[in-house]
Design a protein around this ligand. Structure first.
Ligand code: NAD
Ligand code: IPM
Ligand code: MN
Length: 364
């Protein structure tokens, strides 16, 4: 039985970076590539254009029959006139996350040493090495809380979303964060807004209780600190090397991960893995979006998509060795000076998406 990967490129730069990542993935797998079956499916705006639905039943069925989803990005100005729930983001990506109970989103931010000089941050702030893991809760919070809606008219018209967290949702994402810290530097920073939001008071309480009962398997202890999100946003820029695992709810994790991506050079470098605790199924996608400003030009950075494919090998297929080879090849390409526009410093020669994939392939 082949291992099945549902390939959902989506919109904007999605198809461009997906093509690049499949090239690297197949080369890295070598002869083992024939153990895998890659099935393409429509999602997002591309699916709306072809079928009228952002998540056609065939696509969902294919995902259900697969062992992992390799996802590009969805959305863009072309579909923004549609009713919000029919748009690619709320009509396809969020339902996929919910359907497969993918509550744990891992976003590893790493500064490759070759990029220290092209970082917008001063060298002294990052030279100790930026290596942090954002653990973002992905199926709760104000994204999914009910009620959600609009009502009334005129000046009294109102719209509302509900920020809600259940104890079990906080406990299970805290466990992912503590287990991750146990394999890293043993430090969790939990981000909240417990000084204002009642759901975040519960968040802080549950994380604190969880920490008290947690027995690490490797470290002697896991250090826990709490930080308000506004301060956390600042500390990430001021003192990024102090962080190890950053545990956040859905919305704060969304915002802080785009911010933190800059510490690693660019949003175009930040992969993600969305996991549940049932089995090894996962959805793997860049943390950034469809980048309409550069789509169709062949200049997007494919590294976030390539590193997402590496995370897929690690978490869904237990192929840590091949995942590491891909990560090392990315490192090598950067060391040798391969730069798409988003990670180029002054005077650097800039290459396109395909050339970046080729440069990475050379180092495999
Ligand atoms: P975006 O992440 O698409 O782009 C933000 C900025 O980062 C842009 O300047 C873009 O050019 C740059 N960027 C992002 N990825 C890059 C890459 N690989 N290489 C080089 N530069 C890159 O965010 P946005 O502009 O706010 O959103 C555009 C669309 O994407 C929206 O419809 C949004 O909803 C959607 N989106 C989708 C996902 C997803 O599918 N997972 C994630 C985020 C945003
Ligand atoms: C992300 C994206 C999505 C999110 C959008 C497109 C729904 O920004 O994956 O970070 O907010 O989760
Ligand atoms: Mn986001």
């Amino acid at each position: 039985m082949p291992r099945r990967i549902a390939v959902l490129p989506g919109d904007g730069i999605g198809p461009e970076v997906m093509e690049a990542s499949l090239e690297v993935l197949k080369k890295a797998l070598g002869p083992a590539a024939s153990d895998f079956q890659f099935d393409d499916a429509l999602v997002g705006g591309a699916a709306i254009d072809a079928t009228g639905s952002p998540l056609p039943p065939e696509t969902l069925k294919l995902c259900e029959q697969s062992d992992a989803i390799l996802f590009g990005s969805v959305g863009g100005p072309k579909w923004e006139h549609l009713p919000p729930v029919q748009q690619p983001e709320r009509g396809a990506l969020l339902p996929l996350r919910k359907h497969f109970n993918l509550f744990a989103n891992l976003r590893p931010v790493k500064l490759y040493s070759g990029l220290i000089h092209s970082s917008p941050l001063k060298e002294e702030r990052i030279k100790a090495g930026v290596d942090l893991l954002i653990i973002r809760e992905l199926t709760g919070d104000v994204y999914f809380g009910q009620p959600k809606g609009r009502e009334g008219q005129g000046e009294n018209e109102k719209a509302f979303d509900t920020m809600v967290y259940h104890r079990y949702e906080i406990e299970r994402i805290a466990k992912v964060a503590f287990d991750s810290a146990d394999l890293r530097k043993g430090h969790v920073t939990s981000i909240d807004k417990a000084n204002v939001l009642t759901s975040m008071v519960l968040w802080r309480e549950v994380v604190t209780e969880f920490a008290k009962g947690y027995k690490p398997a490797h470290k002697s202890e896991i250090k826990l600190e709490h930080m308000y999100v506004d301060n956390g946003a600042m500390q990430l820029i001021l003192n990024p090397t102090r962080f190890d695992v950053v545990l956040c709810g859905n919305m704060f994790g969304d915002i802080l991960s785009d911010e933190a991506s800059v510490l690693g050079g660019s949003l175009g470098m930040l992969p993600s893995a969305s996991l549940s605790t049932q089995g090894s199924f996962g959805l793997y996608e860049p943390s950034g979006g469809t980048a309409p400003d550069i789509a169709g030009k062949g200049i997007a950075n494919p590294i976030a998509q390539i590193l997402s494919a590496a995370l897929m090998l690690r978490y869904s297929f237990g192929m840590d060795d091949v995942a590491k080879r891909i990560e090392k090849a990315v490192d090598r390409a950067i060391e040798k000076g391969a730069r798409t526009g988003d990670i180029a410093g002054p005077g650097d020669a800039v290459i396109g998406t395909k050339e970046m994939a080729a440069a990475i392939n050379e180092g495999l």
